[in-house]
Write a protein that binds this ligand. Structure first.
Ligand SMILES: [Zn+2]
Length: 330
């Protein structure tokens, strides 16, 4: 029971406090303990002050989403799409209704994706889509499953890297969530959200860049918004995608492929000419993502570019001239 309480406590949003290590940390802990003991004695004489302190402490640790929304102003009301700041990786969210969303990828760290979904108030996930099995897209899975109901997990058809694919299967089985494969051309609708799976094609899968080129790619429509979400597709698959769908429409939002790497097919960018180009990448990542030339060619094409390493998590609201990307800030 004690272990269960500890686990639950450690999973709460306000459970992490950076504390200095070594002697300075120990001395600080001793000083804080003495101060708290003295304060507790005084507070005993003022029960209402004591109750207020307990309430404040509880709110600081539990951080309920409606409260953080009032304090931080994020996410904005009526958000349709959000790109979570999960460091070097991808985790993005399509709202389907109050407390519900389709989640695409989990980022590399369970704590970061859990924190973002909590801020967004997402408790029900009818579908979790994993574009491919690289760790920066699937290793955060336990954080998505934590305390949420997930209807199904949909994946690409290339089970590579095999160890990541196996651990997704294990975690899904432990949480009793069925795992299905995305079919090319598959179309789905949940409320005002609908999408089509454009990629990968049926087996044999393209192996030019292995898992990246097998990324499940979605064309999404959500209450007047059009979005293209191409995972980590590399130019060979981007070109094949454009050949398969030559009439790909212009989009409001592009999740820039492969964290804004230098390798983007210019013809695909011209075809979809996004109004908002959103890049998910980690601060000072060793890959140099996003590439300056990718950012400048997106801007030259008329896109407003935001990136999670500088802007934090990003939520998209509005349509037409009212389209907005609202970042949390770093
Ligand atoms: Zn990636």
């Amino acid at each position: 029971w004690i272990a269960a309480v500890a686990r639950r406590g450690a999973a709460l949003p306000g459970a992490e406090i950076d504390w200095p290590g070594g002697w300075p940390g120990a001395l600080l802990l001793a000083a804080v303990t003495v101060a708290l003991t003295v304060a507790a004695r005084r507070v005993r004489r003022h029960p209402w002050t004591g109750a207020a302190c307990v309430l404040l402490l509880l709110l600081a640790v539990v951080r309920p989403a409606p409260l953080t929304r009032v304090v931080t102003g994020w996410p904005p009301p009526g958000w349709k799409y959000a790109m979570c700041d999960v460091g070097q990786g991808d985790a993005t969210v399509l709202a389907t209704g109050a407390g519900a969303a389709v989640v695409i990828d989990t980022g590399p760290d369970p704590r970061l994706v859990d924190r973002c979904l909590r801020a967004l108030g997402v408790t029900r996930i009818p579908l979790l889509l994993l574009t491919h099995f690289h760790a920066d897209h699937v290793a955060g899975l336990p954080g998505v499953l934590r305390g949420r109901t997930v209807g199904a997990i949909e994946t690409t058809n290339l089970q590579d890297p095999p160890d990541q694919s196996a651990s997704v299967r294990r975690e899904a089985a432990a949480a009793r969530v069925p795992v299905v494969r995305a079919g090319p051309g598959e179309q789905r609708r949940i409320g005002g959200l609908s999408w089509q799976v454009l990629w990968p094609p049926p087996a044999p899968v393209p192996v030019a860049d292995g898992p990246n080129d097998a990324s499940v790619t979605l064309l999404v429509r959500s209450a007047g918004l059009t979005l293209l979400l191409p995972g980590d597709l590399e130019p060979p698959a981007q070109q094949a995608l454009l050949r398969a769908y030559p009439a790909l429409p212009p989009v409001d939002v592009l999740k820039v492929a492969h964290h804004g790497s230098a390798y983007q097919d210019p013809a695909l960018l011209r075809a979809v000419r996004p109004r908002l180009a959103l890049i998910s990448c980690g601060q000072d990542n060793p890959y140099g993502h996003p590439a300056p030339r990718t950012v400048s060619s997106l801007r030259a094409g008329g896109a407003t570019v935001l990136r999670t390493d500088r802007d934090g998590s990003i939520a998209v609201t509005g349509t037409g001239p009212g389209l907005r990307a609202i970042p949390t800030g770093p």
